[in-house]
Structure formats: C-alpha cells, structure tokens
Design a protein around this ligand. Structure first.
Ligand code: 4AD
Ligand code: MG
Length: 458
C-alpha cells in the first residue's frame, strides 16, 4: 500500500505491506523505530521493529541503514507516541537493496541545494526535491486540465526543426556529420542527415500556429532548447514551455487567457498539495503562501513598455543597464517594476518592433508590436506572448527587414495566403512557474536533470 494512502486513511487494525527507502533508524533495547518513505508523499511511515515480533531481529536490524530499500509488513496500529497517528508493527522485514552507511551520500542532516545538484540522481530522495517533483507533476496535470476544459487540443510539435522561431540564433544544431566532415562548401549541411541544417526547437509556436489555423484552439507543451550562454538562476539550456495558440483572438484575449491560466495553476496547487507547499513555507520562503494567495486574489497590473520606460527613467534608481526607449528591459528593470513599483504580477505591452521577433503583429503606430510579457515578483518574465502578424504583406516585409530567408518560411507565409485570421498566443516557462509556486530560488532545482552551459551530466 502507498504510504500516502496509509497516512490519509489511517486504516488502524489492518495488515499491510509497504516498500520504500529508510530515512532513519533509532534503537532502544530490543526495539527499533524506522522511518520509511516511499516517495508517494512527504510523510514517512513509522515502523516498529521488535525482538518480540520480528524473527531474526538482531541479525536484520543492523543492515537497515539510511538509504536502503526495504519491505515491511505487519499490523497498522494507532501510535501512542507524538508526531504520528499510526505506526506499522512489523512482523516481516526484507532488505531489498542495502545502502552502506559509510558511503551513502545522503545523511540525516540538511544538505545544501548546491551539494544536492552534484548528486542529482540521488537528490529526489530528499524531502525538498521530492516535494518539488510531486508539485511539478501536479502542475503538469493542471496545465492539461486547464486547456482541455477550455476546448484546446494538444499538438505535439516537432523537437527537431528547421525553423528558428525566435530568430535569435540560439538553436542547437542536430547533425550526424563527423567534426570537420562538411566537404560540401556550397551547402555545408547538404550531406547531413536532413540534407540541410536542422536543430532542436526553441519554441513550438510556428508549428502550433498552423494547427490553430485549423483546430482553432491548440497548445503545445514540450521540451525547448536554447543555446544561450546565460548562467543565471532563471535560465536553462533545456526547459519546458507551454504554448497555447488561439485563432480569432487578439492581444486582449491572449492576456486574459494567460492571467486565468496562471491563477488556475496556483489555485490547483494550493488546494491539492498543501503538505508539500507547507514544507517550502517552512524551509524556503516564509511568505510563500501569502504571495500565492495574493496572486490568485488580485488582477494583474498592466503597463505599456513606453510607460514602463518612463517610470524607470524617472525613478531615480541607478541600474547596471541603462534604460532608454528602444532597448529591451533587463531582468533588473523587470524585477524593480514588479517588486517595487507595482508589487504584483505585471503585464507589459507594446514593445518596440525592432527588438521583437518577426511574427509579432505591428501596431498602428508602426514602431511597436502587440506583444505582452508577464512579469512576476522574484521571477521576472514568466510568460512572453503576442498577437501574431496575420497580414501577408506586413509579415513578409518584416521578415525581409530582419534578414530572414522567406523561402524557408514559405509554409508559414501560406498560413497568411490561405484563410488567414487574427490569432494570438503565448509561451509560459514551466520551470519558472514551478519556481514561483515553490519559492525555489534556483531553476536548476526544479527540473530533474538540469542542462546548463558546461553541464549535461546524466
Ligand atoms: O519569451 P519567449 O522566448 O517566447 C517564445 O518563445 C514565444 N515563441 C512564445 C509564444 O508566444 N508561443 O519564451 C517564453 C517563456 C519565457 O517567458 C520564460 O518563462 C521561458 O519561456 N523561458 C525560459 N525558461 C527557462 N530557461 C530559459 N532559457 C528560458 N527562455 C525562456
Ligand atoms: Mg520573452
């Protein structure tokens, strides 16, 4: 039986069997208290092993060390001790896999997240990383439920692609060529597996747009890859992104959906994972639950890029990166706006066309685009989205101006040649959502095996 169900239903009096990993063992004369965790929940089940009820107690007990895997069966009883309602009085015990005490890296004390990153294969056995990953899984379900309820279809967009959606040159190349073996100089990837340069996707948006122009409301939720050399607590080279795309929708509809989406996820986690969340409130961030509640209960603030620049210019604060109209907001600016000026989630709209990708719809002023970024306190940008350019000529001119080979994107232009329609969408960084919900400060601690510059272990 899963420990989660035992601790929830407390079926005292029943005989049952559990399997899991030993967290601690404490002995008094002829009696041992063993905490077992099976990963199904944060809580451990206390096992009482005694000389009286367990055959070969003396021989077995010394091999039950922190980290070993075990099976215990026995009778569940109400516990007389403080700290738990029930305990399992063991009548049978089997050590499935020993864990030598002199070399097992996870000891009973608290380890730093930095240390745990070095043993990323064992860190899921800690309370904190276990709780992060249970919450991550719940959030993933909540994402699918949210979109299914609103009539969206999930589209599995390709991971290997020849389109560089963001146009930022951050694609990892996918090749089967040996290093230096690109004899064909006129078409350097002509001999390669795909006959042209292909890479790992930086976004499923362009392909999602094709399906939005047929199924109306779609979303893609998958791994995304960016070869950007940012060693920060909010960037990964491999991260997961949720990208809805909606036909017959403008920027206003896009922002409303995005706000509803984020609130739904937070509501879902606060109601379904109270125990894991409480752990983060206790050990990671005392203000966590209050902050989550405040996001659910208030409208997000809104400001245009132009207004935001004015606020930053006039605030009297010295920033590392200068602020001026036409430059992108840096994370120090974003965090100042959301944490100190607005003090809540903030939607920034109307960025300069020159700093945004080709697919964003040009506003009537000709110099800004119908873009929106959602900034969260402590996190910065959590969502980036826009209304898409649905006008063929405008899109083609913008692509040419940005030096994009329009022939390679002829299929994308077809979506504007045939039955074009206003549409919009956004991309939500899944790990940044997990970070916000748990209060974890480093993005490397909310994904099982983080990939960052110089690190692709496991
Ligand atoms: O703002 P971005 O680059 O937008 C797009 O890729 C659009 N094509 C999305 C769309 O409209 N369909 O990325 C979207 C979000 C960011 O707001 C951020 O939360 C996350 O993806 N993100 C990253 N998360 C972790 N590591 C990175 N290196 C990230 N880069 C972006
Ligand atoms: Mg962005």
């Amino acid at each position: 039986m899963l420990i989660r169900d035992i601790l929830k239903n407390k079926p005292a009096g029943s005989s049952l069997e559990v399997r899991g990993w030993v967290r601690t063992r404490r002995d008094t004369r002829g009696l041992s208290f063993i905490e077992v965790n099976d990963g199904s929940c944060l809580g451990n089940l206390q096992i009482i092993a005694s000389e009286e009820h367990l055959a070969d107690y003396g021989n077995t007990i010394k091999h039950i060390t922190t980290g070993c895997s075990v099976m215990f069966s026995g009778l569940l009883a109400e516990s007389p001790a403080k700290g738990q309602d029930v305990e399992l009085r063991a009548t049978r015990c089997e050590i499935i896999g020993p864990a030598p005490a002199d070399s097992y890296p996870l000891q009973k004390k608290r380890h730093s997240f930095e240390f745990l990153r070095e043993i990323a294969h064992l860190r899921p056995r800690t309370n904190s990383i276990g709780a992060v990953m249970r919450i991550r899984s719940r959030l993933s379900h909540a994402v699918h439920n949210f979109f299914a309820d609103q009539g969206f279809f999930q589209i599995h967009t390709p991971i290997i692609t020849t389109s560089d959606c963001e146009g930022a040159g951050e694609m990892f190349t996918v090749t089967t060529l040996e290093p230096g073996r690109t004899a064909n100089t006129t078409a350097p990837y002509g001999d390669d597996f795909f006959g042209r340069q292909a890479g790992l996707t930086v976004s499923g948006q362009l392909e999602a747009e094709a399906y939005a122009m047929a199924l109306g409301r779609v979303y893609t939720f998958g791994p995304t890859f960016r070869a950007e050399n940012s060693n920060t607590s909010r960037h990964l080279a491999e991260f997961w992104m949720i990208e809805p795309e909606i036909a017959f929708c403008d920027l206003e509809g896009d922002m409303e959906l995005a706000e509803k989406f984020l609130k739904h996820l937070i509501r879902e986690i606060t109601s379904s994972c109270p125990e894991d969340l409480e752990l983060f409130t206790r050990f990671v961030d005392v203000n966590l639950e209050a902050r989550l509640a405040s996001v659910m209960d208030h409208d997000f603030a809104r400001v245009t890029y132009t207004e935001a620049v004015k606020i930053l210019e006039e605030c009297g604060r010295e920033f590392t990166f200068p602020v001026s109209w036409g430059n992108d907001l840096q994370s120090e600016h974003e965090r100042f706006l959301t944490e100190e000026v607005f003090k809540k989630p903030l939607i920034v709209t109307g960025y300069p066309a020159a700093i945004k990708p080709f697919y964003m719809r040009v506003n009537d002023d000709g110099r800004t685009v119908a873009a929106m970024d959602i900034l969260f306190p402590e996190i910065g940008e959590i969502i980036g989205g826009s209304q898409r350019e649905e006008r063929f000529e405008v899109l083609q001119a913008r692509m040419t101006a940005q030096g994009i080979d329009t022939a390679a994107y002829n299929w994308y232009l077809d979506l504007r040649r045939y039955g074009s329609a206003p549409h919009a969408g956004f991309g939500a960084g899944f790990e940044r959502i997990v970070q916000f919900v748990t209060g974890m400060t480093n993005i490397r601690d909310v994904i099982p095996f983080p990939r960052t510059p110089g690190n692709a272990d496991y």
